[in-house]
Design a protein around this ligand. Structure first.
Ligand code: KG4
Ligand code: ZN
Length: 339
């Protein structure tokens, strides 16, 4: 049995997890811990990168200590350290990467760099071990909206990607316009789920193009909200939220249906923060031509277990990373095969 420590600090959550690798290669998550920064960024209505980086620096040693102590594993027992190298906020990535490099150097163990989008995708396998490529993956998070054909580890064919905003941003910005809480996505979804229909209907945009686009929808949402004399009434806000959630989910499903047809793949992984959305899950569950795979809700959002699991898979294949590796704010997964 070997142990690998996984670190995630690409955005505003600090995540740490300990993975075990059995002699037969089986990977399990032994312990995990997460520190959310929501309360701090709430004051500013969005993630402040410098503050997030500082929080990661404060949280990381505490979470690592907590995870190792709960598993009764010492630093000296680690066989490798995995860490998110990108994509994400550069200052935040640097904190995790430098921490992992120092640990690797001090312990004389390999560093395993992880791509955050790939980690979101393989989180579905962590929670559904029977899932094997090939499959389609729809990644819907605060910074990313893309569909890939997953042929194997590090082997992706891009099918569609957003040309502007991500689906999570569309949720968050709409919630902001409606004046409901931070983070906006879950708050808007809760409000939308409190009703089962809406008199409002938003346009369905960019249906012809290859990629996703949410900027037209964002403008339509802003105009619709502006037309309302007041947003005081909860029922009106819920009706607007319902129409917004339906339009965003429709946009995702329209492109996903095209991808299923194009690739003839029936296994579909849906992952990233927005995949925690109940309405999206309900619509996918009702689609009989596909078998959807979602990570557990905690693993849809950013966390350490996703990084530890993917790093352990890479470690098993002997894929270590040089200690001079830099943080990558942008790191498209379709380029991984050529690295
Ligand atoms: O994957 P994630 O935790 O962080 C990134 O890598 O971006 O995704 C966060 C995004 C945010 O935009 C958040 O509002 C959205 O996921 N989100 C949701 C829900 N839960 C989180 N959007 C809609 N419905 C939800 N239930
Ligand atoms: Zn993420």
């Amino acid at each position: 049995m070997q142990y690998l420590l996984g670190i995630e600090s690409s955005c505003d959550d600090t995540g740490v997890a300990l993975a075990s690798i059995e002699d037969d290669g089986q990977i399990s998550i032994v312990a995990e811990a997460l520190s959310s920064q929501v309360e701090m960024h709430k004051l500013y209505g969005g993630v402040v990168p410098e503050l997030a980086a500082r929080e990661h620096l404060r949280n990381l040693p505490l979470l690592i200590e907590e995870v190792l102590a709960s598993a009764k594993v010492g630093v000296g027992d680690l066989a490798a350290v995995g860490v998110t190298r990108g994509p994400g906020l550069k200052g935040c990535l640097l904190v995790g990467l430098n921490f992992a490099k120092a640990l690797a150097l001090a312990q004389g163990i390999p560093l395993i760099a992880v791509n955050h989008i790939e980690a979101h995708i393989f989180a579905a396998q962590l929670d559904h071990p029977e899932l094997e490529p090939p499959f389609l993956a729809l990644v819907v998070s605060g910074g990313h909206t893309e569909i890939h054909l997953v042929k194997g580890l590090r082997d992706y064919q891009l099918i569609a990607r957003t040309v502007d905003d991500a689906a999570g941003e569309a949720f968050d910005k709409s919630a902001n316009l409606l004046g409901i809480g931070y983070p906006g996505g879950p708050a808007l979804a809760r409000l939308a789920d409190s009703v089962d229909k809406s008199p409002f209907r938003l346009p369905r945009v960019m249906r012809q193009s290859e990629g996703f686009s949410f900027s037209g929808l964002k403008t339509a949402i802003a105009m619709l909200i502006k037309q309302q004399p007041s947003l005081e009434e909860e029922g009106l806000r819920a009706a607007l939220a319902f129409a917004i959630q339906e339009a965003i989910v429709d946009a995702l499903l329209f492109k996903l249906k095209k991808a299923v047809k194009q690739t003839n793949q029936r296994k579909v992984v849906v992952t990233g923060g927005v995949s925690a959305n109940h309405y999206l899950r309900k619509r996918l569950a009702g689609w009989s031509q596909i078998t959807p795979y979602f990570p557990r809700i905690e693993h849809c959002l950013d966390n350490g277990a996703n990084s530890a699991y993917l790093a352990a898979k890479q470690f098993r294949l002997g894929l270590a990373t040089a200690l001079n590796a830099t943080a990558l704010a942008r790191w498209p997964i379709e380029s991984l095969l050529c690295e």
